[in-house]
Structures are given as C-alpha cells and as structure tokens.
Design a protein around this ligand. Structure first.
Ligand code: FAD
Length: 283
C-alpha cells in the first residue's frame, strides 16, 4: 500500500429502520479498510438533517472500537447562523472533530438564501466559533463547478475556502485523470497546498449516473459512456466491467501520488471493498 495513503468512505443518511440496519452492516464490513473517517451527507434545506445527526453519532459511538472518525457534512445554504451554531455545539458535545463544510444546493423551488452565500463563509464561521476544534474538509472540482464563471474563478473561490481555514479537500467525482492532474498542478501554482483527495464514484446505474453527472458537471468520457450504454440491462456484466475500470482508475491515481482516496459508497459494500482488496489497501 502507498505510504501515508488515507482512505475515507461517504454514506447518505438512511431514513428507515431497514436503511439504518443496512448502513450499520455496510459500515461493519468497511471497518477493515481502517478509513480515517466515515462521512454522512446532509440535505441542504431538506428534512433528512436529523438522520445525518443520528448516523454520525452512531459512527462516533463506535470510535473507541473502530478508531474511525465521524464526519458530518454540513451545508449552509438556506440556513441561519444560529442553526449552524446549534449543530456545531451538538457535534462538539458528542466529541465529533471533523466536518465536511459545503454550500449545498437548495431543492428546486426553495429560495431563502439564509445567512451564508458560499462555503468559504461557512468555513470562516466555523473557525470563528470553534477555533481549531474541527478538522474541516471542503469540496473541490477538477472539472469545474457548474455555476462557476470560469475555471480560473472556480480556483480562486476554492482558494477562499482554504484561506478561511479548510484543512483538506475532497473532489467531486471524475473519470478523467488529466482533469485531476491539471487541477492539482494549478492549485500548486496558486499556492494551495492542502491535500486534495479524489472522490471515487461507483457506477451502478448508467441512467442515474448520466443524469447526476449532467447536474454536477462531472463528465463521463465518450468511450466510457458508449461502453456503459452497450450493456443495456445486463447489470452483471456492467458491474464486472465497472469494478475493473474503477480498480484500474484508482491505481492510476495512487501512482500519481494522491494523498488519499474517498469512496462515495452509496451505502453499499461493493465496489469499495473489492477495489480496496484488489489494490492491497486493506491494512
Ligand atoms: P462553494 O465552494 O460555495 O461553490 C459554489 C459555487 O459558487 C462555485 O461555482 C464557486 O466557484 C462559486 N463561489 C464560491 N465562493 C464564491 C464567492 N465567495 N464569490 C463568488 N462565487 C463563489 N451537497 C449537499 O447538499 N449535501 C452534501 O452532503 C454534499 N456533500 C458533498 C461532498 C463532496 C465531496 C462534494 C464534492 C459535493 C457535495 N455536495 C453536497 C454538493 C455541493 O453542495 C454542491 O456541489 C454545491 O453546488 C456547491 O457546494 P460547495 O461547497 O462546493 O460550494
């Protein structure tokens, strides 16, 4: 295993008893990866925010046994400073020391911008309120955030989050190594020196992935799109292909010298576990 390579896994908060039991079983199977943290997403302006709290407290309660940190995502759009302060207090009282700080996207039709416009303002607020208590991760976009005026503007805006006190960044998923390489080079030229951890997104359902990618600005390269389309409803063959592809892709990232790998698990054990097993990442 590459020296000092950190792993982390992301989950979404389950809403039902069945979902909670499933996530608990998934987490247990991923413990052998010894990830640095398990993170849980947070629905901006949504009704699942209490589920995020429950899930991270559950992760943190097992910290003494697993040594895996809990990292709640926290999106600020549509939120008041008072609400964020309350959440930070609750995390602190539960000994949670990590936060993935985001702007978030409000569900369509919802307006209320709240007290924060951008994630850099949230990072500033967390530092002002809690000093160095939290390790703060922020989002980065090797293929440029869809609302950015330009790649250069996006990089400057990314730097604002770093200057505000972010410790590390996790990227939006991408399937084009050059985009990551170019982005990291450019960050270095702009004096950004925090770790930029690539996010790996599994491919389970091509239609869903294509729709999501169009919204978040992640490109599916033409060759990959054609390949995935050709599987039609043969999900077994598609899964076998995508695990091979993602294993190879992750290895290429490790060869580049990335500081870590973040898996968007989609609350499933595989392909995360299989990829890590094949690459000898199980410690
Ligand atoms: P920002 O960094 O604020 O950037 C948003 C846009 O505004 C960019 O185009 C940027 O260039 C521009 N911008 C930033 N700062 C300024 C400024 N000061 N002035 C002018 N323009 C500016 N969403 C959720 O709702 N919940 C989650 O749990 C969640 N988890 C995520 C985890 C990861 C690892 C990633 C990569 C994304 C996640 N998202 C989540 C999605 C994220 O919230 C969206 O991509 C959102 O549109 C942008 O969030 P951000 O924190 O990157 O925003």
């Amino acid at each position: 295993m590459a020296k000092n390579l950190t792993l982390s896994c992301e989950f979404f908060p389950p809403k039902t008893e069945k979902g909670i039991a499933n996530l608990s079983a998934v987490r247990e199977k991923l413990v052998p990866l010894k990830p640095e943290f398990f993170s849980v997403t947070f629905g901006a302006g949504g009704s699942t925010q209490d589920n995020t709290m429950d899930a991270v407290i559950d992760i943190q309660n097992q910290h003494a046994v697993t040594n895996i940190d809990a990292a709640p995502h926290l999106s600020c759009v549509g939120s008041s400073a008072e609400r964020i302060r309350t959440l930070l207090d609750t995390y602190r009282n539960n000994d949670i020391h990590r936060i993935v700080a985001l702007r978030g996207d409000l569900p369509s039709g919802m307006q209320a911008p709240g007290d924060f416009r951008y994630a850099n303002e949230l990072v500033e607020f967390i530092r002002a309120e809690t000093g160095d208590f939290f390790t703060i991760e922020v989002a980065a976009y090797p293929e440029v955030h869809p609302q950015a005026q330009s790649a250069e503007d996006d990089l400057i805006n990314f730097k604002r989050k770093v200057d505000a006190g972010a410790n590390s960044a996790i990227t939006q998923y991408f399937y084009n190594i050059d985009a990551y390489r170019y982005f990291v080079d450019n960050c270095q030229k702009h004096g950004i020196d925090i770790p930029i951890i690539p996010g790996i997104m599994p491919i389970n359902n091509f239609t869903q992935l294509a729709r999501f990618s169009a919204n978040c600005g992640a490109e599916i390269p033409r060759w990959l799109r054609k390949k995935l389309e050709a599987f039609y409803d043969d999900s077994a063959s598609m899964n076998a292909f995508t695990v091979d592809f993602l294993t190879d892709f992750t290895q290429q990232l490790i060869d580049l010298g990335v500081p870590g790998i973040h898996f968007y698990t989609m609350n499933k054990v595989d392909p995360t576990l299989t990829i890590c097993d094949r690459l000898g990442l199980i410690k």
